[in-house]
Design a binder for this molecule. Sequence first.
Ligand code: C2E
Ligand code: CA
Ligand code: CA
Length: 694
Amino acid sequence: LEKGIRRGQSVFTGEDSVTEERLSRGGPQAQVSDSLDLNAVLRVLHEVRNGDFTVRLPVSSTGLSGQVADSVNEIIAAIQAFERELARVGRAVGKGGSLNQRVNLGLDRKTWVGCADSVNGLIDDLVRSTTEMARVIDAVAEGDLSHTIVLETHGRPLEGRLLANATTVNTLVNQLCSLLSEIIRLADQVGSSAKPSEQVTVHASTGGVWKDLADSVNHMAGNLTRQVGDIAELATAAANGELSKQITIDQRNPTTEALLYQTLHDPLTGLPNRTLFNDRLNQALLYASRDSQPLTLLMIDVDELKDINDRFGHDLGDALLAAIAERLTGVLRVPDTVARMNGDEFAILPAGPTDLDGAAAVAWKVLHALEAAFVIDGHIIEARVSIGIALFPLHGADPRDLLRRADLAMREAKRSRSGFAVFAAIREKATAGRLALMGDLRHCIARDELVLHYQPKVDLARQEILGVEALVRWQHPIDGLLGPDLFVPLAERSGLIAGLTRWVLNEALQQLQMWREAGLDMTMAVNLSSRSLESFDIVDIVAELSETWGIPPDRLHLEITESGLINAAAPAVLQRLHEMGERLCIDDFGTGYSSLANLQRLPVDEVKIDKSFVIDLGSAEDNATIVRSTIDLGHNLGLTVCAEGVEDDVSKRMLIDYGCDVGQGFLISRARPAGDFLTWLAQSSWEPRQMSSI
Ligand code: C2E
Ligand code: CA
Ligand code: CA
């Protein structure tokens, strides 16, 4: 592979023209000969063996000699193609991380195909073991310790960094396993109170929830030890006839009961925790099925708690959760169970038989109770929640099924912003589909299934095309062409977004370079996920790919949504990109928290007014006012203003009147594949800029 890389590079730097010349049959080296010149064949083969794949046999147009020369030349050309291909893939793989390349030979020669196969096999192995690692880490995070990473694929052991990483993950899993069994063993012992003097040891490299767990078991064991000691002392005294002694109850030490309370309640809100909730649910299900009575379960999720945490800090987020808990308990009946399941999730188990109507009534009560804004630390905070409902026995008899289905319904409510939703089997299918997508998503780059569509951005007043925005789609083998809304959020949540962003940037810049070579001078806008602004990696990727494709920095526009600006690293990352000369654009402006004045502190070049304000510009007066003042303010701050979602002539005209610089929308063109884009361009009334015009 390395050899391929080295050779590939020399092939790429400048020898192409020579190659082309030698390749063309009528080129200066071609001679017409009637008999096969064996010496010539040997000479050429010798050259080939020395690594020069640019040589070719002179060919004659007819006869056996011509055929032989033809096929020798073809083989050499094939070797050359293979070398280039290896170099391309080798470079991509060598750069680290980019495992999305495939060796691709448009020919069927067995050897080369075999060779390509083995490179592809290697890439597959790498992809597989990386995926495997992600899978195991995900499982551990979920508390499932039954997986470790297999250290070989296809019978080949892992090597190098992959091996080191895999081994670390496995060691960690093993440590967690032994910690868990130690906790269980100790808890058993404490439970049977035989010898509660043992302590759980927490390995230094583990922490978080595991350490907390160990700590609380230790605490419990310590208390029991003291009490058993006291009892023993008393018993000894009593046996000696001394009956005046009493067990001293130390108020400073929580009793077992208090400890039990602690293990079953959430310290922040004082509500039952997941363990207690599950226990109550189990009990309730037993009664409900014995008495053939219906039962319901509500899952409540606080929308955008993360944003609130990011914006106001965790203390305030915690205070909000506690306040929400208080309102929840306030509106529910005393025997109902309301629990904090984790982070931003609550669950309600109404006491006694409840049917769908009953559950809906509870949901309405909750939504109503949370309508009024919270005032915390002088901040006015609106908490919205999404509620999912599942019914027993209709949606399942098993507590786990019910919980999962209430959770799915909750997600549906969140997606549709409907406040609450009842589980429907049909949706489970759709969600199962989404989960399957997540599995496929890990491979979509390697399988070459992503495509970019391009949508023009135009100078409205001058009727001129300024550039395009790259919008990613996934050509799914079964589900067809999927829009980014279906999989970009998935990619963000499953840590695959970095690979996706890199792919998009590479593809978009390569396309831009091709258009530039064809004489079109355009800008390329690429959407960055807010995740991308969490580290400086994006800076390196942009620099590397711009260099690879020879794109001047001001030709690349990076579109960032306001939510991307919330994380702490964003301003510094944007500053670096700005210093490199990239143009930065705030996307979907008007839908988030930021004000234009806030943006002033960031090195932003453009704001793009969200399509929701633009689409019905002609008919919605409010929107017209917002758009107009955003344009004015943007201009006052020295920003270029773009409006997306231009769907009709009226809006276009108004935007021009308001002085909006750039427009984008279905009126001009939908996003289309690169090929269609040129066809559209040829017959469109929008003028492209030519390279020569700069
Ligand atoms: P966006 O950046 O706001 O992209 C504009 C979306 O609006 C596109 O949808 C586009 O097809 C649509 N659109 C354009 N003109 C009109 C119009 O006149 N009317 C209406 N109703 N819609 C219009 P698309 O392609 O489905 O993209 C959806 C979102 O997915 C994008 O919103 C962007 O946030 C995200 N996205 C797309 N490509 C990428 C990508 O490569 N990386 C990341 N991180 N996100 C991407
Ligand atoms: Ca965009
Ligand atoms: Ca947008």
